[in-house]
Ligand binder design. Sequence first.
Ligand SMILES: *Cc1c(COP(=O)(O)O)cnc(C)c1O
Length: 228
Amino acid sequence: MSELGARYQAILDRVAAAAEASSRSLDEVTLVVVTKNHPHQLVLDLLELGASDFGENRDQEAAPKAKDISTQSDKKFNWHFIGQLQSNKVKSVLEYANFLHSLDRPSLLDELQKRTQERSDPLKVFVQVNLTDDPGRGGITPQDLPAFAKRVIQSPGLELVGLMGVGGLEVAPEAEFERLASLSQQLQQLAPQANQLSMGMSGDFEVAIGYGATHLRIGTAITGKRPI
Ligand SMILES: *Cc1c(COP(=O)(O)O)cnc(C)c1O
């Protein structure tokens, strides 16, 4: 087996073990392989290995990659946009992304509403929550979440699927995952279908599974060091 294949399989095994340990069904957990800073060939190789969900955080890199892959493979898969999205890149991202994990501010929502009005298949979005005291980290604060979520729910071109969090470096991931899971419970009173949780990366995905993560964003543990 290739090194990539071995690393991918090792992560699948760890995901399965963590799901089992917390009595969760594997069907509830989507592994999004973060392929940023890697050439499109890596995505083609992962498609051959059976991967079906890929994450990118910069449109400048993701757009040409998505185009290259669409001309070289007819496999079905999902693109997840996971990075901060500038409003002037929304139009481009909408051409390939199936999921947006980083809906983090009202101005981005304005732009998305404008550009998804005519869509027949709504863009699936996670609202990114800021769990720190630092407004510079981006994300909707827990206080603003209910009103913001209502606006998303009322957008015909968008489908609110849940919440996304990026663990802070200063704090233990457990506290943030627990907080996000509890905000998710509150959100589900408003929007029962919005029960997905995008949390957990290479260093903490097993912990995240224990707190109910449904979308793991795993890069380096599968792809290795980033060459570009
Ligand atoms: C890069 C990135 C990841 C993946 O990080 P790894 O530590 O390589 O697994 C996850 N989420 C976001 C938002 C990222 O930008």
